[in-house]
Design a protein around this ligand. Structure first.
Ligand SMILES: Nc1ncnc2c1ncn2[C@@H]1O[C@H](COP(=O)(O)OP(=O)(O)O)[C@@H](O)[C@H]1O
Ligand SMILES: [Mg+2]
Length: 192
């Protein structure tokens, strides 16, 4: 069982149960509404991503606070990362962005390299639909930051990601320019 702030994830055989847990600091009615909305929204975007060509787990059931989905057998991208995998991740993020999907929690712990060698995206709990350069730029920027924190060969991985991202997404250059701006903003804030 894996528990973090928002949800409890349980793996039972071929199935994964992801249940959004109560947040006692929120007013009960509001908390229930938020958990229901996020559960529904996650299911919707997971399915939408797959329809657009990004492998994600099949959703079998949705109740108020819980998703039941296909278990992806394999390794977290974090454990097996290499240039080919990160290039593939770049292609898939390009497909998401092209289709107006912002993942919002891109890390190599939210990507599974299946035993079938297919790269799957999971954890769309914070995802939303938006086609702005800023939202896309922040998505890529946060991914780069998480890469820097977890992987030694960060600079090389970043280049491979960009290669894939450009391949599937015609507006890639505009977004990558914005990523550089966001990095500059960040450095400015740190200095102050
Ligand atoms: N469909 C799945 N197949 C296999 N493992 C999964 C699946 N969904 C979640 N996991 C495992 O559970 C962990 C937490 O799930 P995730 O959806 O990322 O929730 P959280 O919001 O808690 O990060 C993942 O990092 C992964 O190890
Ligand atoms: Mg996660």
């Amino acid at each position: 069982m894996i528990q973090c702030a928002e949800a409890i994830v349980e793996i039972k055989g071929d199935l994964v149960y992801k249940r959004r847990i109560e947040k006692r600091y929120r007013v009960k009615e509001i908390d229930e509404r938020i958990r229901k909305e996020r559960t529904k929204s996650e299911a919707k975007i997971i399915s939408e991503a797959r329809r657009k060509g990004v492998p994600t787990p099949i959703i079998f059931d949705i109740t108020d606070y819980e998703l039941v989905m296909e278990r992806i057998e394999g390794d977290l991208a974090r454990e097996v990362i290499n240039d080919a995998i990160i290039e593939r991740i770049g292609e898939l993020v390009g497909i998401l962005h092209k289709n107006g999907i912002i993942h919002s929690d891109l890390t190599t712990s939210n990507i599974i390299v299946g035993s079938d060698n297919v790269v799957y995206f999971i954890d769309f709990g914070l995802s939303f639909i938006e086609s702005s350069t800023e939202a896309r730029g922040v998505d890529v920027h946060l991914f780069f930051q998480s890469l820097r924190g977890t992987h030694e060969s960060y600079e090389q991985l970043k280049l491979s990601f960009i290669k894939g991202y450009r391949r599937t997404f015609t507006n890639a250059s505009q977004v990558l320019k914005r990523v550089k701006e966001i990095e500059r903003r960040g450095r400015y804030v740190e200095r102050k």
